[in-house]
Design a protein around this ligand. Structure first.
Ligand code: CA
Length: 271
């Protein structure tokens, strides 16, 4: 098991039904990502790994460009997976979802393709920051289904967008402010499909430690049936990343500076 630095927690599990895990995650502050691969044989595993490796190949400098770099990075990851899906034996039709967040000072940029999700817990309330790129997700968007009906819908797994499915991908990127105490969760549908949002919210509220929260979420998804691979990545923006060290003067500045250097030195954990 990879031990992550304080402020980040991640866990991934094959669940109770599948015989291997096609999910993956990437922790490379200021970037964090979750990918959920699909395809026959081991192709899903390959697709999620290729996408995360493509993201991991970027230098920390790259991410300074902020929001626009997420669209370029997702587009590049798409090309890598698509090329392999076309050329590799047994990989036809492989693809992967991807949700990623980039901490950028007092802003967070969130990019996604597919049905892996980003949530924010703010003042004890959980809010989804992404909408699923699925047939059912589109129906919720149009008001034809409630989120509760969507959770029970047998077709909820049909994606309308995925990395590697076509030569070009239509990724979605949004930016949000970060307030002191905000916590972010990235997850695959093995979590959001097994646990209703109020249950995820309750676990996040009761578990202030990032790693403990990720572990509890995985355990709860498995207790609820564990029908799919499940991944949870919890991110607490460090002080200085909008996290609330707003004290002017040298002490505050030094602390922010030290945090940034520490963050830049953290090693990547690619699972
Ligand atoms: Ca899945």
């Amino acid at each position: 098991m990879t031990v992550l630095p304080e402020g980040f927690g991640a866990a991934s599990d094959q669940g109770r039904v599948r015989d291997h895990n096609e999910d993956g995650y990437l922790v490379r502050p200021p970037l964090f990502a979750v990918a959920d691969g699909m395809g026959g044989h081991a192709a899903g595993e390959v697709a999620s790994r290729l996408a995360l490796e493509s993201l991991a190949s970027k230098t920390t400098e790259t991410w300074r460009d902020g929001r626009d770099v997420l669209l370029r990075a997702l587009s590049e990851a798409n090309r890598v997976v698509y090329r392999q899906a076309k050329s590799r034996a047994g990989a036809r039709g492989m693809g992967t979802t991807c949700v990623l967040i980039l901490l950028d000072g007092d802003r967070v940029h969130i990019g996604h393709v597919g049905d892996s999700r980003a949530y924010r817990l703010r003042a004890g309330t959980l809010e989804p920051l992404t909408r699923d790129h699925t047939v059912v997700g589109d129906m919720v968007e149009q008001g034809l289904l409630t989120p509760q009906q969507a959770l029970a819908d047998g077709n909820r797994g049909f994606l309308t967008r995925a990395l590697g499915a076509a030569a070009r991908v239509d990724a979605e990127v949004d930016s949000f402010d970060i307030q002191a105490g905000d916590r972010f969760l990235l997850c695959s549908d093995g979590l959001s499909g097994m646990l209703p949002d109020p249950v995820i919210e309750q676990i996040m509220r009761e578990t202030p430690d990032a790693q403990a929260a990720a572990d509890r979420l995985i355990a709860a998804a498995n207790e609820a049936g564990g029908e799919d691979n499940v991944t949870a990545l919890v991110v607490h923006p460090p002080p200085g990343e909008g996290g609330g060290v707003a004290v002017p003067g040298s002490a505050g500045t030094e602390r922010r500076g030290a945090t940034r250097i520490a963050v830049a030195l953290l090693a990547a954990a690619l699972v």
